[in-house]
Design a binder for this molecule. Sequence first.
Ligand SMILES: NC(=O)c1ccc[n+]([C@@H]2O[C@H](COP(=O)([O-])OP(=O)(O)OC[C@H]3O[C@@H](n4cnc5c(N)ncnc54)[C@H](OP(=O)(O)O)[C@@H]3O)[C@@H](O)[C@H]2O)c1
Length: 321
Amino acid sequence: MKAAIRKVYGPPTAIRIEELEKPVPEDDQLLIKVHATTVNRTDCANLTAKPFIMRFVLGFFKPRKAILGTDFSGTVEAVGKSIHSFAIRDRVFGFTDLGLESQAEYLVITPKGNVLRIPDKCDFKQAAASMEGAHYAYSFIHKVSMKSGQNVLINGATGAIGSALLQFSKQFDVRITATCNTRNCNLVKSLGADKVIDYSKEDFTKDTEKYDFVFDAVGKSTFGKCKPILKEKGVYISSELGPYSQNLLLALITPLGSKRKVIFPVPFSIKKTLPYIKDLLEKELFQPVIDHEYSLEEIAKAYEYAMTGEKTGNVIITITD
Ligand SMILES: NC(=O)c1ccc[n+]([C@@H]2O[C@H](COP(=O)([O-])OP(=O)(O)OC[C@H]3O[C@@H](n4cnc5c(N)ncnc54)[C@H](OP(=O)(O)O)[C@@H]3O)[C@@H](O)[C@H]2O)c1
């Protein structure tokens, strides 16, 4: 089978497409024929081992897993003897942030809540695009209790996390202000934003409205800058640690006495997020945003593009039609 591999941490030029043995499933594993996968920001961190802390989980001197990829959609091609919950030809999707070796024609996986059947209405590309960003978006909204009528601002509502977060927030009947670049204003309105701030023209932290929640889905701002637009008891959540890695410390100290607090969105288990995502897809309440599509042979280009920080939603790798 063809697979995208790298033997050392490095830039997209470290990636090679190689012909490898097709994996053989153990008794507790499924063999999946991969139809689509994404190149997401977690993949970029796994490729480069940046931030450095990634080396403690991926392998200190070199990556333990040579094949890249964290998410997939595909069909079950073989079922291990001890598995009774899946059958051959089932359409399935899944995600694991530390890597599933899914940027390949086949993968094997032990299903432990990290694989579910794809809803009938969803195609393989939509299924793959519903994984990584949506998984992290779930961790934003389930760290707070949003109530109908509250005011929410999402900075970077066009990224993989932001575009899912916007649609998930909409389920709570809140009023949503979203920031994006000029070219994406219509997109964020179509996803449910009530008000749009074009970040290339206006600084959202100077807005005259006050918010119950500021979700910085691209980590481009700080709690300090957002404080003036937060209501008393307002909450700031960012997808990044902040320019001085201050968000973890702020998450510990602001609940102790500050009127406005920071929460760090430590991700929930995929076992929790995947059924939520599947349910919204089934109810057609979540439509993942798809940007460029590439073939497996073009995957280094897909990484280069994702690493610009300018993709809109998700970048798809189509492996089998
Ligand atoms: N905490 C975690 O566990 C975790 C996991 C994964 C990712 N992350 C981090 O979370 C962040 C978002 O990830 P993602 O995959 O959603 O990102 P992404 O898809 O790469 O985000 C790209 C989007 O960011 C928007 N953007 C760029 N600069 C902006 C600015 N100054 N203001 C507002 N929007 C801006 C762009 O919008 P326009 O096209 O409109 O310019 C683009 O659509 C990344 O920094 C990533 O490293 C954290």
